[in-house]
Design a protein around this ligand. Structure first.
Ligand code: PEP
Length: 249
């Protein structure tokens, strides 16, 4: 039985002071018994957020990091910095990083391996554009993203990875994939992990859906067999996030 994991990706929102207010609003309402709940905050908010979340089971993460240990990489942060500040998870390969910041498959693979080497828990994003969805090549494209991201990653590490299937056309658009569309791809990703690694790895890895998840559609999505929770953008910045986390209630 896989435990659900519901993560809020705050993106470039919330100053440290605003983060305090948002955490105050959300922390007591989120039921962490049946799901892992993670706040994925801007890096500059991690220390403040860690302080505010003391005494709760809510986990913290960041939206990016660099795969080197230290040195002349102006503007970047390392895995060790995140861990030391109280972060536990990191998003790798979000479509906004891939498109706006030109992160390619090779870099994403390096980041995935480094996160595991340092004990940071990665949430690896994949997903197709609208044109790939429409021309029918989306499954092959996503399979390619998965194969390249996991090159050189061990079976044990795969089991400790979370994959987020996020169709780009559904991110921030209000256009959610139907539960059946999301399930189809999450199952395909699971089968892909089984084919590369083993039945056990495929059954163990947690696969989220992301793309305009909200308090009204979370239940239908998260009840699907191969959807182990969600990566939530816009709705993680308001109290609707509590409804998403407590979707069973
Ligand atoms: C995201 O940024 O990962 C995301 C899914 O955003 P939204 O929920 O706003 O579509």
């Amino acid at each position: 039985m896989r435990k659900k994991i519901i993560a809020g990706n705050w993106k470039m929102n919330m100053t440290p002071s605003e983060a305090k207010d948002l955490i105050r609003l959300l922390k007591d309402g989120c039921n962490t018994d049946s799901s892992d709940v993670v706040f994925i905050v801007p890096s500059i908010d991690v220390t403040t957020a860690a302080e505010c979340l003391k005494g709760t089971q809510i986990k913290l993460g960041t939206q990016n990091f660099y795969f080197e240990d230290k040195g002349a990489f102006t503007g970047e942060i390392s895995a060790k910095m995140i861990l030391d500040a109280g972060g536990e998870y990191v998003i790798i390969g979000h479509s906004e990083r891939r498109t706006i910041f030109k992160e390619d498959d090779a870099m994403i693979n390096k980041k995935l391996k480094k996160a595991h080497a340092e004990g940071l828990k990665p949430i690896l994003c994949c997903g197709e554009s609208l044109s790939l969805r429409e021309d029918g090549t989306y499954k092959a494209f996503i399979e390619g993203q998965i194969k390249s991201a996991f090159e050189g990653v061990s079976e044990e590490e795969v089991k400790n990875t979370v994959i987020a299937y996020e169709p780009i056309w559904a991110i921030g658009t209000g256009k959610t994939a139907t539960a059946d569309e999301a399930e189809e791809v999450c199952k395909m990703i699971r089968d892909c992990i089984k084919a590369i690694y083993s039945e056990d790895a495929g059954e163990t890895i947690r696969i989220q859906y992301g793309g305009s998840v909200n308090g009204s559609n979370a239940k239908e999505l998260f009840e699907k067999l191969d959807i182990d929770g969600g990566l939530v953008g816009g709705a993680s910045l308001k109290d609707d996030f509590i409804k998403i986390v407590n979707y069973k209630a």
